[in-house]
Design a protein around this ligand. Structure first.
Ligand code: ADP
Length: 284
């Protein structure tokens, strides 16, 4: 089995296989601080109707990048493009441009989408634990990869639950159903499940919008801790949340990227008038 999970994690790439795969310069990949490059991307759900228009951006390793903008402006669509989640929708797809992750064109026909999603995990708006025990929820991704040795799974479950800030609350009931946890705990369980397979990037699509304020605060603090190990991209409709958790913010409007910059700049002195109007609450 080909694995991308090695101790030399910076050597991981998403290499397409096959003769016409683009040539990878490993040293260049190692040196990259930009882990996601979105390069002049258009995207359509229905052919002829682009909902993302000429989007270009770089997302840096170890940062939290927030996507903000009014509902329907394309934030979730772009997020889902980053691990090819939109592949599941018939006829939907990029109509222009390229997305490179860890130096590889992720829409190259030779790219294995399962491998891609090992590197680029996703946490959804509505927490969605499986109807399994807490332990099996976290172990799930590793079992899918063929890891079955108990000591390895025990270690991964414990370290992932610790990283997700849930271990102390559940360590005495790992065999209980994940569905018996509170909403905030279930979302942290989903985060533990995501990080158990050691992705490089975590995509979060409004991860707090179904949670109460206390659970939201816990998840926000968690995001700040997780960025020490992962690159995080978060869609949020909550501008205060973007200011609290993100290093960089991208503002979208009607399918276009209006502006992307350091979060404090976006919220105090944006370059574009459209951004200013949005963050000052004049619309949206
Ligand atoms: P946001 O996350 O900013 O609210 P979305 O990315 O969900 O925006 O939506 C962008 C545009 O794409 C909207 O016009 C929305 O109606 C459309 N859209 C989203 N999902 C689908 C889908 N599955 N099929 C067709 N159109 C969609």
């Amino acid at each position: 089995m080909k694995t991308y999970m090695s101790d030399q994690e910076d050597q991981m790439t998403l290499e397409p296989q096959g003769e016409d795969a683009p040539v990878q310069d490993q040293s260049a990949v190692d040196a990259l601080e930009t882990v996601i490059e979105v390069d002049h991307v258009n995207f359509a759900y229905i052919p002829g109707t682009d909902v993302l228009k000429d989007i270009s951006m770089n997302i840096n390793k170890g940062e939290v990048t927030a996507f903000i903008g009014p509902s329907g402006c394309g934030k979730s669509t772009l997020l889902r493009c980053l691990n090819r989640m939109n592949d599941l929708i018939p006829k939907a797809g990029l109509t222009q441009g390229e997305i490179r992750i860890l130096g590889t064109d992720i829409y190259h026909p030779e790219v294995d989408v399962i491998e891609l999603r090992k590197h680029v995990g996703m946490v959804f708006q509505k927490y969605n634990p499986f109807p399994k025990s807490i332990y099996e929820n976290v172990a799930y991704g590793l079992r899918i990869q063929g890891v079955n040795r108990k000591s390895v799974l025990d270690e991964a479950v414990e370290s992932s639950l610790k990283l997700a800030g849930l271990w102390d609350e559940v360590k005495d009931r790992l065999d209980s159903s994940g569905l018996g946890l509170s909403g905030g705990q279930q979302q942290r369980l989903c985060i533990a499940r995501t990080i158990a397979v050691q992705p490089k990037i975590i995509l979060m699509d409004e991860p707090c919008s179904a949670l109460d304020p206390i659970s939201t605060t816990i998840i926000e603090e968690l995001i700040t801790q997780l960025k020490q190990e992962f690159t995080i991209v978060i869609v949020t409709h909550n501008m205060q949340q973007a200011t609290r958790v993100s290093d960089r913010t991208a503002y979208f409007y009607l399918g276009e990227l209006i502006e992307m910059d350091v979060t404090t700049k976006i919220f105090t002195n944006p370059s574009q008038q459209k951004t200013e109007e949005y963050i000052s609450g004049r619309f949206g």
